[in-house]
Design a protein around this ligand. Structure first.
Ligand code: HEC
Length: 122
């Protein structure tokens, strides 16, 4: 009887380690997480969800895309709550990619800054 709670504890500790990568909807490829159905319902009518899943960026990036589609591609307006759900989902699961920015250049590889005092001496 003593081993049972221990076994449960061991299982509880093991399960997160073996958690599979994010589950994806087989139809659309969208990551199955809070809000994904709202995205499926609103974002796959005109183009494949592939366009969505290939893209990534900040919340602002996604908002910009939505506004662009609303302004130029006949995307309908969302009520604030729906838009919130869509932006939360996209920025969480298709957010800024880690390492998407290159490392800053080392100082010696930077061009001379023409606005710096010593650069103007001649
Ligand atoms: C009313 C039609 C319509 C709906 C609905 C729609 N889009 Fe689009 N979207 C477009 C069109 C048209 C393009 C341009 C397609 C192309 O370039 O082939 C596009 C392009 C895109 C692109 C690619 C942009 C790029 O820079 O190449 C992304 C990402 C995208 N849409 C995301 C979404 C998301 C997220 C939603 C849901 C909020 C959505 N779309 C809903 C019409 C729509």
């Amino acid at each position: 009887m003593k081993t049972l709670p221990l076994a449960g504890l061991a299982l509880a500790l093991l399960i997160p380690l073996h958690a599979p990568a994010a589950e994806k909807d087989p139809q659309t490829g969208l990551i199955v997480a809070e809000g994904w159905e709202t995205v499926r319902n609103n974002c796959t009518a005109c183009h494949s969800a592939g366009l969505v899943t290939q893209n990534s960026g900040s919340r602002n990036h996604w908002l910009g895309l939505i506004r662009w589609m609303q302004d130029t591609q006949n995307l309908w307006q969302f009520d604030p709550k729906t838009e919130e759900t869509i932006l939360d989902y996209l920025s969480t699961h298709y957010g800024v990619k880690e390492g998407a920015r290159r490392e800053p250049l080392p100082r010696e590889l930077m061009p001379v800054n023409p606005y710096k005092a010593e650069a103007t001496s001649s």
